[in-house]
Design a protein around this ligand. Structure first.
Ligand code: CA
Length: 230
């Protein structure tokens, strides 16, 4: 059973989410402010966080930023503001997804299911043949163990970054559009902007290209991206 931590100071919403999530079979913990939320996230090792942006004590952005030093737990941000800069900032500091309040509970549940679809090598032996490796130059992605290395250096990628990298590598030499990436990596139709793809491409470039002085992902103007590295 997956454990979800709900960090939300509006008690009505917190209670509603708790009931709905329990009804879906999740184990639920709640926290009413950012500081408590961060503590519970670090100590309770939840499988996913639903994290409100506007919180007392410590903002959702700050909780997310601090948590990311320690953990890759999927985080879905809740924001009351329909403000792209807030969303992009949330994604920039490592949230996996965001929802604008008010939201339909069905949509949140769908996004939770997507975010929980973590790579589990042992659980799916048929889908992950032992230690199959996707390789480009010094870059190695082991789809059996989900390890990513550049030469001997291990890379710490979040699930989304891993999925995005693997998808691009498997389609190397072919330009892929933002829509295609959204559909295949995020697994549902975004109602808003496609900024999220650019944000994650930036993460990958930071973690791979900038760090090792190479060029793996190129931008194809007004189309999308291409993985061009051998
Ligand atoms: Ca709030």
């Amino acid at each position: 059973m997956s454990k979800i931590l709900v960090v939300e100071d509006e008690r009505k919403i917190a209670r509603f989410l708790e009931l709905e999530l329990k009804h879906e079979g999740y184990e639920v913990e709640t926290a009413g402010d950012g500081r408590t939320g961060l503590e519970r996230a670090l100590e309770g090792k939840p499988d996913l966080l639903v994290l409100d942006l506007m919180l007392p004590e410590l903002s959702g952005i700050e909780v997310c930023r601090r948590l990311r030093h320690e953990s890759d737990v999927p985080i879905i941000m809740l924001t009351a503001k329909d403000d792209v800069s807030d969303k992009v900032m949330g994604l920039d500091i490592g949230a996996d997804d965001y929802m604008t309040k008010p939201f339909a509970i069905e949509e949140l549940l769908a996004r939770i299911r997507v975010a929980l679809r973590k790579p589990r090598a042992a659980a799916r032996p048929d889908k992950a043949p032992e230690n199959s490796v996707c390789r480009a130059g010094e870059l190695n992605v082991n789809t059996g163990t989900y390890e990513v290395r550049f030469g001997d250096e291990p890379l710490q990628l979040t699930k989304k970054e891993y999925d995005l990298l693997l998808y691009l590598m498997k389609n190397r030499g072919r330009a892929v559009t933002r829509d295609e990436l959204l559909e295949n990596i995020w697994g549902y139709e975004y109602t808003g902007d496609t900024n999220v793809v650019d944000v994650y491409i930036r993460y990958l470039r930071h973690k791979i290209d900038d760090r090792f002085g190479i060029r793996t992902i190129q931008t194809i103007r007004s189309v999308g991206y291409i993985f061009n590295y051998e």
